[in-house]
Design a protein around this ligand. Structure first.
Ligand SMILES: [Fe+2]
Length: 277
């Protein structure tokens, strides 16, 4: 049996900036069945297997993202690995993690890897665990280099234009096809985050749930090429793209990296897609 080569981490939370954190927190309370706890000037919004922290800031900004590790030994090993590459790293904590390492990636994103605080889980609401986060970057190749060499993520798939130029990369932290992805773009920015539901029927239930609040579907349903996941997208009040997904590919440990053409059918094998890179 081939040993799993991945870091063994999974997305635990994201922290969004917002000019009106309470409005955004109320949205996640309603639409994502979150229990909202004030924490200083921030709000921690916890639903079943999902957590979004909202803090004062510019709209549509990713202030941080946190991936949970399985234990302190894994955390110590990651810290040593990052230091061995000569990269700056902080041993720190956050509203969600009691012990963590934090890095700034080449595009300036603040990424935590850590051990969650012991909080009673909030279990009410539709299933959908927070699963991946995606950013745009002016230096997609540099981001891949950082995340694969320094952190230890594995590139599952790349998307190239007709000249072979990298447009998108999907990276995994565990057995699932991607927990992080990066688009080549003219600016460094947040793109979207995603919740993985149990199955296709659960996407229907999320659509009905959003409809009950008159939250319109903005893109989908469809199926992504890389990752093979079914999806639909809505916007939160700040205009952040929020994805509900199902059937994301479960990778084999020795899965070879794939290369896809940069075209609409790669983003959505069922058809229409807004190309954003
Ligand atoms: Fe996604």
């Amino acid at each position: 049996m081939v040993a799993r080569p991945e870091l063994g981490a999974s997305l635990a939370y994201i922290e969004l900036g917002s000019p009106d954190p309470l409005v955004l927190a109320k949205f996640y309370e309603k639409a994502f069945s979150a229990a909202v706890s004030p924490a200083g000037t921030s709000y921690v919004c916890r639903g079943p297997d999902r957590c979004v922290v909202i803090s004062p800031g510019a709209p549509k900004t990713l202030l941080s993202a946190g991936y949970k590790l399985k234990d302190k030994a894994a955390l110590d090993a990651l810290e040593a690995r990052i230091r061995s590459h000569g990269e700056p790293v902080d041993r720190t904590s956050s509203l969600v993690f009691e012990d963590a390492v934090a890095v700034r990636d080449p595009s300036g994103n603040h990424i935590f890897f850590g051990l969650p605080r012991n909080v009673t889980p909030h279990v009410e609401g539709l299933s959908g665990r927070i699963q991946h986060v995606v950013v745009a970057s002016t230096d997609c190749e540099g981001m891949i280099e950082f995340y694969s060499k320094v952190i230890g993520l594995i590139v599952s798939d790349r998307v190239h234009d007709k000249d072979g130029v990298l447009k998108t990369a999907f990276l995994r932290t565990d057995h699932e096809h991607h927990a992080f992805a990066v688009f080549q773009a003219g600016e460094n920015r947040f793109d979207h985050h995603c919740y993985e539901a149990d199955d296709w029927n659960a996407i229907r239930d999320w659509g009905d749930h959003f409809a009950s609040f008159r939250i319109p579907v903005k893109w989908g349903p469809g199926r992504h090429g890389p990752g093979n996941n079914l999806f639909l997208f809505v916007h939160d009040p700040d205009g952040n793209w929020v994805e509900i997904s199902a059937e994301i590919e479960v990778t084999q440990p020795d899965r070879p990296m794939g290369v896809w053409p940069h075209e609409e059918y790669t983003l959505n094998s069922w058809g229409s897609a807004p190309l954003r890179s």
